[in-house]
Design a protein around this ligand. Structure first.
Ligand SMILES: Nc1ncnc2c1ncn2[C@@H]1O[C@H](COP(=O)(O)OP(=O)(O)OP(=O)(O)O)[C@@H](O)[C@H]1O
Length: 255
């Protein structure tokens, strides 16, 4: 039996004002699905996530691409802000000046698996890019919603952290739609892949049925021919005996 349909698009066009980004979109998001959303920069991942967020409303936790954190405020307050609407105005005001013990404890428990426990009092403007990204994930987790929507939430962390963050997100949500560029993770840690290219959803398939080579087709501008690549290498490293070999983009996906 198929699970409940959460969002359905039927031959729709999505975009910004008069500008259409995705045409003729037919797509179904079902309860419990973990979806990796792939596509070149500018393909329309954020555009689709924005519409999903509108349609899912309070079912969805949101982790934006540029984090949306308030630099001068502490890690604690940035995470606490995710539930401002669940507390009274007085509690919120009090918390700005002096954290309430219960809220502090809740945020501290969340900070542990994010590796932020020693940083709760530090202002976000004093954190590294990866630490900020983990605060942004923490804020989305603190919303305690069913579905996690993330716009490249593991783009600034190392591969090991990316894995453990995805696992944490998975443990705490019934489903997710996550934009990312790590094709291996898309195949190994998600049920389904949505792939956008040239204004269309060109891949909508179980990850188990896809290969890295299939995902490479989403990045045409990152796949120069071997002849082109070696000619670039020759030009760039002419006369440079110790120059490193040019790494071909996406080479592991070729079969
Ligand atoms: N507010 C906006 N108004 C008009 N056009 C927009 C707006 N936001 C994005 N676009 C355009 O829509 C297209 C898709 O952008 P989008 O941000 O959805 O891509 P993306 O796949 O998320 O890219 P990236 O990986 O670089 O974040 C781009 O051509 C972009 O210039």
């Amino acid at each position: 039996m198929k699970s409940e349909v959460l969002v359905e698009f039927e031959r729709e066009s999505l975009g910004h004002g008069d500008r259409i980004v995705l045409s003729d979109l037919s797509l179904t998001l079902r309860a419990g699905e973990r979806i990796a959303l792939l596509g070149e920069s500018g393909a329309g991942k954020s555009t689709l996530l924005g519409v999903l967020r509108q349609r899912l409303g309070r079912q969805a936790a949101w982790c934006p691409q540029h984090h949306g954190l308030v630099g001068p405020l502490s890690v604690y307050l940035n995470i606490y802000m995710a539930r401002l609407d669940q507390h009274s105005a007085l509690a919120n005001l009090w918390n700005l000046a002096r954290p309430l013990p219960r809220a502090w404890q809740e945020v501290a428990e969340l900070c542990k698996p994010l590796g932020l426990e020693g940083l709760m009092k530090r202002s976000v403007s004093q954190l590294s890019g990866g630490q900020r990204q983990r605060v942004a994930i923490g804020r989305a987790l603190y919303q305690q919603r069913d579905i996690f929507l993330g716009d490249e939430p593991v783009a600034s962390v190392d591969p090991h952290q990316a894995l453990s963050l995805l696992e944490l997100i998975e443990q705490r949500h019934q489903g997710s739609v996550i934009a990312l560029h790590q094709r291996e993770l898309a195949l190994t840690h998600f049920d389904r892949v949505w792939g956008i290219a040239e204004g269309r959803m060109v891949i909508d398939a179980p990850s188990a049925s896809l290969s890295l080579a299939d995902l490479d087709t989403l990045y045409p501008s990152a796949t120069p021919s071997f002849a082109d690549a070696s000619s670039i290498a020759e030009q760039e490293h002419a006369g440079d005996q110790d120059a490193p070999e040019v790494a071909l983009p996406c080479h592991r996906g070729r079969q």
